[in-house]
Ligand binder design. Sequence first.
Ligand SMILES: *[C@@H]1O[C@H](CO)[C@@H](O)[C@H](O)[C@H]1NC(C)=O
Ligand SMILES: *[C@@H]1O[C@H](CO)[C@@H](O)[C@H](O)[C@H]1NC(C)=O
Ligand SMILES: *[C@@H]1O[C@H](CO)[C@@H](O)[C@H](O)[C@H]1NC(C)=O
Ligand SMILES: *[C@@H]1O[C@H](CO)[C@@H](O)[C@H](O)[C@H]1NC(C)=O
Length: 108
Amino acid sequence: MSAAMRNLCFLLIALAGVCVQIYQAQDIKYRCVCPVPAKFAVNITDFRVIEKRSGCDKTELVVTVATGNNSTAERCLDTTKKFGIAMLKCWDNKGRNETRKHECIRKR
Ligand SMILES: *[C@@H]1O[C@H](CO)[C@@H](O)[C@H](O)[C@H]1NC(C)=O
Ligand SMILES: *[C@@H]1O[C@H](CO)[C@@H](O)[C@H](O)[C@H]1NC(C)=O
Ligand SMILES: *[C@@H]1O[C@H](CO)[C@@H](O)[C@H](O)[C@H]1NC(C)=O
Ligand SMILES: *[C@@H]1O[C@H](CO)[C@@H](O)[C@H](O)[C@H]1NC(C)=O
């Protein structure tokens, strides 16, 4: 590969990265993060609640799960199903207190 070609590639890759970041930022702000939420999840280590907003007319529950690989992944939970409802209710009952969050994470 020529140097010019390589430089062009780097430029394109950098541009693509910027585009992805802009896209993701808009995604979070204007759209639902979770198109197809799951009914439940296992190995939950953390979670966050994203309130209804313009572009997404539902409250979203995003959980962080341990994947067994020393790594984690984010999953969305359905807030209209038992598991999600219970988690949101617990979180509300704790006054949405960050330091008590772990009390709402059921180890399974
Ligand atoms: C473990 O990590 C590798 C590389 O990061 C990934 O491809 C694989 O899906 C992971 N395995 C699990 C069970 O998450
Ligand atoms: C959940 O954690 C257990 C024990 O660490 C592990 O064996 C299992 O593969 C995990 N499940 C998933 C879906 O990552
Ligand atoms: C997980 O991380 C610890 C500490 O970094 C390391 O000792 C261990 O081998 C890792 N386990 C896996 C399955 O990657
Ligand atoms: C959150 O919970 C901790 C421990 O119960 C308590 O000390 C703290 O005052 C609470 N914070 C708020 C903002 O309620």
